[in-house]
Design a protein around this ligand. Structure first.
Ligand code: SF4
Length: 369
C-alpha cells in the first residue's frame, strides 16, 4: 500500500512532532474525505492527539441563555435579524443555575460556557456568572461566550470567576457577517491580556470554503496563540439566505479537524482539539474535546437545542468512551474514568495496552487558571 511521497513525508514529519507548512495543509485538505489518504491523515492525527493528551478527553457544556434578532446578521446563524423566526427567550438566573447544576451532575464536566447574543447586557452577564460560579463545583471552569468586549470588561469577567472566553473571527468575517473583523481580533487580545484562556475554532465551515481558505484560516488562528483549537461545520438552516450552499459531511469535518490537530503541533501547549457538533468520526480523527449544549444555539432552529441538535453530558460521556478515551479531564486536572461514570465494567482487553504511547505529553495538561 502506498500513498503519494509528499503526503507520506508530511505525515512522517508530523509523527516526529513537526507541524505541516501552509502548502502541505492545503495538500492534505485537497483529498476527498472518503479517500484512503484522508483516512491515513485522520489516523495520524488521532495518534498524535492521544499521545499529547495521554488518551484523555474533555467534556464541556454550554448554556445559551438568550435568543433574539441580532444585528450581526451572520448569514449562517439562526439568530440573524434578517431571517430570525424563533421565539425570543431570556432565561431567568434560576433557570441558568438549574441548567448548570444539571450539566455538572455526573462529575465529568470540565467547564461551563455561558453564551449571550452579540449584543448583551454586560452587568446581567456578570450576575449570571457569579450565580453559576457559586452553584457549581470549584473544579468546573466557567467560560464567557459573548459579543465584543473591552479590555476593562475582560478583566471584570476574570475577576468575577471566569477562566476563559470563547470569541471567534469567523471564515469570511465581514462578508458573511456585518461584524468588524478587526474589532473581533481586538476582543481576542483583550481576553488574552486579561489572563483568560481563549481557544480558536475554524468556523463555520461550508462546502464553499477552499483548502487554501481553510489552511489560511487555521494558521491565522494559530498566530493568535490559542489555548486550544477546534473546527466547526455550518449546519444547514433551511431559512438562511445561504441554504443553497449546503453542508459538509461529518467525514469532511473530521478531515479538517485532523489537519487542525496537525497544525496544532506548532504549539506544544495545545492539547485539546474540539469538533462541533461532536461525533465519533471526529473523535477518532484528532479531536478530544466535546460540548453538551442547552438552550439557544445559533446552529439550531429549535429554541431548545437539547431537544434537537445539542448533546447531553451523558451523550458526550458515552461518545468519548466509545471513541476509546481512557478518561475525562476535569477543570482542575483530575482524571475521571468514563467507564465508571457510565456504570460500565471496562471490558477492553490486553490489545489496548499497546495502542497509546506517551512520549510527548506535558504535565500538567491544564494550566493553573
Ligand atoms: S453568530 Fe453571533 S453575531 Fe452573528 S447573528 Fe448570530 S448571534 Fe449575532
Amino acid at each position: 500500500m502506498q500513498v503519494p511521497a509528499q503526503t507520506q513525508g508530511v505525515l512522517e514529519r508530523a509523527l516526529d512532532g513537526k507541524a505541516p507548512a501552509r502548502d502541505e495543509m492545503v495538500h492534505l485538505l485537497r483529498y476527498p474525505e472518503h479517500s484512503l489518504e484522508s483516512g491515513i491523515i485522520r489516523a495520524v492525527a488521532n495518534r498524535i492527539t492521544r499521545e499529547r493528551s495521554r488518551n484523555l478527553a474533555v467534556v464541556s457544556g454550554q448554556i445559551g441563555y438568550a435568543a433574539s434578532p441580532c444585528d450581526g446578521d451572520c448569514v449562517f446563524c439562526a439568530f440573524s435579524a434578517a431571517h430570525f423566526h424563533l421565539p425570543r427567550v431570556e432565561m431567568s438566573t434560576e433557570e441558568v443555575v438549574e441548567h448548570a447544576t444539571t450539566l455538572t451532575s455526573n462529575g465529568v464536566l470540565s467547564g461551563v460556557s455561558l453564551m449571550s447574543m452579540h449584543q448583551f447586557d454586560f452587568r446581567r452577564f456578570l450576575d449570571l456568572l457569579a450565580a453559576v460560579r457559586a452553584a457549581v463545583p470549584a473544579y468546573v471552569r466557567i467560560s464567557a461566550n459573548v459579543g465584543d468586549i473591552t479590555a476593562e470588561q475582560a478583566k471584570e469577567l476574570k475577576a468575577a470567576g471566569a477562566s476563559g472566553a470563547y470569541h471567534q473571527i469567523r471564515l469570511r468575517e465581514g462578508i458573511d457577517t456585518r461584524l468588524d473583523r478587526e474589532e473581533r481580533i481586538r476582543t481576542v487580545r483583550n481576553i488574552q491580556e486579561a489572563g483568560l484562556r481563549w481557544g480558536f475554532c475554524c468556523e463555520p465551515i461550508g462546502p464553499e470554503h477552499t483548502p487554501e481558505e481553510l489552511a489560511d484560516h487555521i494558521l491565522f488562528g494559530m498566530s493568535l496563540r490559542p489555548s486550544y483549537c477546534a473546527a466547526m461545520r455550518r449546519v444547514f438552516l433551511p431559512n438562511s439566505p445561504i441554504a443553497a450552499r449546503g453542508q459538509i459531511t461529518e467525514l469532511r469535518l473530521a478531515q479538517i479537524v485532523a489537519v487542525s490537530a496537525l497544525a496544532a503541533l506548532a504549539d506544544p501547549a495545545i492539547i485539546f482539539i474540539g469538533a462541533h457538533e461532536p461525533n465519533l468520526i471526529c473523535l477518532t480523527s484528532g479531536a478530544n474535546s466535546v460540548y453538551a449544549e442547552i438552550g439557544a444555539n445559533p446552529r439550531d432552529e429549535s429554541i431548545e437545542t437539547s431537544q434537537n441538535l445539542g448533546l447531553s453530558v451523558d451523550d458526550c460521556t458515552r461518545m468519548i468512551y466509545e471513541a476509546g478515551f481512557d478518561g475525562a479531564l476535569q477543570g482542575d486536572g483530575k482524571t475521571i474514568p468514563v467507564s465508571s461514570v457510565l456504570g460500565i465494567k471496562d471490558a477492553r482487553g490486553p490489545h489496548t495496552t499497546t495502542t497509546t504511547t506517551t512520549t510527548n505529553f506535558r504535565t500538567p495538561l491544564f494550566d493553573a487558571n
